[in-house]
Design a binder for this molecule. Structure first.
Ligand code: NAD
Length: 482
């Protein structure tokens, strides 16, 4: 059976009838056959979104009612949590408990932003007794959203929920590597009373569906989450139509560990920051910067932990699942070779694990690359796999300099018992989020998230993200005071 696109409230085949196969990375087997959106399908989806905006059912809806529909979606996601988590785990390979957490976070986005739908307010601006000046935050219109394969339901919900809260309509293009839960989200939204056309879901390739959506002259806003390279291309396409863009791109985020840090806490935080989702996380803590005198103890503990991790099929709920595809697995292998060639030492992993349960899946062992120098490619480039680059520093100055020696600036972690040191580093690090003695905070639904430097611009998550989905209209009224 073919999983159809969702356009204007209907499940439909692609206009030319073409499909693509989606693979289970845990086994390399085909999971589903999905309709492959064409340019004509994208055009239809964008037009149906405009029709929804012009309709009474969505354009004329009370903000509180918009919020109620979103709260129903949040509940429906929770009601179907196990089914969605299993599907996400099979589609992406992530361990089941992590997929479960992702589904809960997706639900939280609808809950959080559903509650905000009737609280999107403007200002009054004082101009004196004969004027009333006020601002209105109107929905920006049709939001095009292009998302990656690593956290499909979470990242899908992260963009869709604030857009709906603001009163926009959305065309969502999931990655062809992992489109399944985005389609379920579209179905759930319809079943919860979201009018047809408000959320269209159009899986397809980047080169056809992605390009068609990014260059569509009738979109009003674009949220892109993916690689820097594709992000630049997408931003240029949007610029041709003067369409504003939110860019959520890659990272090479540092965990800065001082010798006075709580070692147990740090080992757990640093390991989780790199090995969660097999390192395929934009905000992965993929650089460890450790004070020289703590290096040996920390690396020893991390290596023991990495070696003890159980790698296996996502649905068997291992500590770490497979890599999304053979291509991505080969990229990781190539980077580890590059690192070794540059002089890095393998402190754990560095190879494909073996084992009967791994079958023909795309697995890589949790890997520590030690003795990494700041300008090595493995210290600078995003590997997007379970590979931690370990560097050392001698003092706070050097730690800050190393942390900032990157084209990226998405997230940073600081580990120390000294609050003064923590505050000094956090104020000097160039990153969109800084965590002190933790890394991440659940899904971080409430916290503005986005990049400095090449990690992107604009913010998702938190109330901050509503800015992207509204435009400000200033109304100035002149009257005569009587
Ligand atoms: P990608 O850039 O290859 O693809 C992302 C999306 O863009 C997919 O839906 C893809 O089909 C589409 N696409 C590809 N080429 C396109 C084109 N020419 N025009 C329009 N769309 C196109 O990224 P990926 O491999 O799916 O994901 C990994 C990357 O995403 C990493 O760099 C990672 O850091 C980044 N990422 C960032 C965040 C964040 O929030 N900052 C979150 C997750 C992933």
């Amino acid at each position: 059976m073919v999983e159809g696109l969702i356009i204007d409230g209907q499940r439909v085949n692609a206009s030319d009838g073409q499909t693509f196969d989606v693979y289970d990375p845990s086994s390399g087997e085909v999971l589903a056959s999905v309709a492959k959106a064409t340019k004509a399908d994208i055009t239809r989806a964008v037009q149906s979104a405009h029709a929804a905006l012009a309709s009474k059912a969505w354009g004329g809806i009370l903000p509180a009612e918009r919020g109620r529909i979103m709260l129903r979606i949040a509940q429906a996601i929770r009601d179907r949590a196990e089914e969605l988590a299993t599907l996400e785990s099979r589609d992406t390979g992530k361990p089941l408990r992590q997929a479960r957490a992702d589904v809960q976070v997706a639900s939280r986005y609808f809950e959080f932003f559903g509650g905000a739908a009737d609280k999107i307010m403007g200002h009054t601006i004082p101009l004196g007794p004969e004027f009333l000046d006020y601002t209105v935050r109107e929905p920006i219109g049709v939001s095009a959203q292009i998302v990656p394969w690593n956290y499909p339901i979470q990242i899908g919900a992260r963009g869709v929920a604030p857009a709906l809260a603001a009163g926009c309509a959305v065309v969502l293009k999931p990655s062809s590597e992992a489109p399944m839960t985005a389609l379920r989200l579209g179905e759930i939204a319809l079943a919860c009373g979201l009018p047809p056309g408000v959320l269209n879901v159009v899986p397809g390739t980047g080169s056809e569906a992605g390009v068609a959506l990014a260059s569509d002259p009738d979109i009003n806003q674009l949220t892109f989450t993916g690689s820097v390279e594709v992000g630049i291309a997408v931003a240029k396409m949007a610029a041709d139509n003067v369409v504003p863009v939110v860019m959520e791109l890659g990272g090479k985020s540092p965990n800065v560990v001082f010798a006075d840090a709580d070692l147990d806490l740090t080992v757990q935080g640093v390991a989780n920051a790199i090995f969660q989702n097999a390192g395929q996380t934009c905000s992965a803590g993929s650089r460890l910067l450790v004070e020289r005198k703590a290096h040996d103890a920390l690396v020893e503990r991390l290596a023991a932990r990495a070696r003890a991790m159980r790698v296996g099929p996502g649905v068997s709920d291992p500590d770490m699942g497979p890599i999304i595809s053979k291509r991505q697995l080969e990229t990781i292998e190539r980077y580890v070779q590059i690192g070794k060639g540059e002089g890095a030492e393998i402190a754990a992993g560095g190879e494909r694990p073996s084992g009967a349960s791994l079958g023909r899946g795309f697995y890589y062992a949790p890997t520590l690359l030690d003795r990494v120098a700041p300008d090595m490619r493995v210290a600078q480039e995003e590997i997007f796999g379970p590979v931690l680059a370990i560097l050392t520093f001698d003092d706070l100055e050097e730690a800050v300099a190393l942390a900032n020696r990157s084209q990226y600036g998405l997230v940073a972690g600081v580990w120390t018992r000294d609050i003064n040191k923590a505050m000094a580093v956090s104020s000097r690090i160039k990153a969109g989020q800084v965590y002190i003695n933790t890394y991440g905070a659940g899904g971080g639904v409430e916290l503005p998230f986005g990049g400095y430097k090449k990690s992107g611009y604009g913010r998702e998550k938190g109330l901050e993200s509503l800015v992207s989905y509204t435009q400000v209209k200033n109304v100035c009224v002149k009257f005569v005071a009587v």
